[in-house]
Design a protein around this ligand. Structure first.
Ligand SMILES: C[S@@+](CC[C@H](N)C(=O)[O-])C[C@H]1O[C@@H](n2cnc3c(N)ncnc32)[C@H](O)[C@@H]1O
Length: 229
């Protein structure tokens, strides 16, 4: 059974209102660690040598841009259902952008060598539908990379991180964006989102095999990789 989450329309509206400040606030709240997380993602993608890659929930296009810069021979397409976020991605230099829901992608089966999603899958109304759709548009043997928040497993770190997430972060983000509620939503969505073994099992149940978790930064963020079965 799936846990009840935000409705897609309210998620889209929420990102529409913060789009202009999204990147700056990201760098601020992560202390610049988001650059490192994307660098790890790029390092994991490198051996796959993709020539056509889809970045789902591309938002401001940070991961798609990093991939494009590192793999000049790769055609990178960004998809997102929030137009203001896609406008930010366009200003950031991404040329191939598609307005689309990650749970209903406008691409034929077996189109891509790799599919990525950074901080996007968590926001989808159904993680299963999002992952199954990613599997559908991947070629057999194609690669998946999910980068997203997770909860630290260390007993000392976990309560400290939760305090930061639920008490400190909404205040800082509220001052920066005027939308503290958007960042209260962030904390709630991280609490609901599966991590570690629960996440690799979910990925494997949606048309993938060999899902692996790569925890980063004390487990506050994880990269998951898998191969389309
Ligand atoms: C936290 S931002 C992540 C943006 C970017 N990938 C990054 O790493 O910074 C989440 C993005 O997911 C998009 N999103 C959420 N649910 C979506 C869905 N069902 N289909 C397409 N995009 C979605 C939002 O519009 C938003 O741009």
């Amino acid at each position: 059974m799936e846990i009840q989450k935000e409705k897609p329309d309210s998620v889209r509206d929420l990102f529409s209102t913060i789009a202009g400040r999204y990147q700056v606030v990201n760098h601020l709240l992560s202390g610049g660690l988001d650059f490192y997380w994307r660098a790890v993602a790029v390092r994991l993608i490198r051996p796959w040598k993709p020539s056509r890659l889809l970045d789902v929930a591309t938002g401001s296009g940070d991961l798609a841009s990093a991939i494009g810069k590192n793999f000049p021979g790769c055609r990178v397409i960004g998809a997102d259902f929030c137009r203001p976020m896609l406008e930010v991605a366009r200003r950031n230099g991404l040329a191939e952008l598609v307005e689309a829901n990650g749970m209903n992608l406008p691409f034929p089966d077996s189109t891509f060598d790799a599919v990525t999603a950074a901080f996007g899958l968590r926001n989808m109304a159904s993680w299963q539908s999002g992952l199954s759709e990613m599997a559908r548009v991947l070629k057999p043997g194609g690669h998946l990379l999910i980068l997203d928040f997770s909860l630290p497993t260390l007993p000392v770190i976990r309560p400290l991180y939760r305090f930061y997430l639920h008490r400190i972060l909404p205040i800082i983000a509220g001052l920066a964006t005027g939308r503290a509620d958007a960042y209260e939503y962030l904390g709630g969505s991280i609490e609901l989102f599966p991590s570690g073994k629960a996440m690799t099992s979910l990925i494997d149940s949606c048309g993938f095999r060999e899902a692996k978790a790569h925890p980063l930064t004390l487990g506050t963020v994880s990269v998951y990789t898998a191969t389309r079965g």
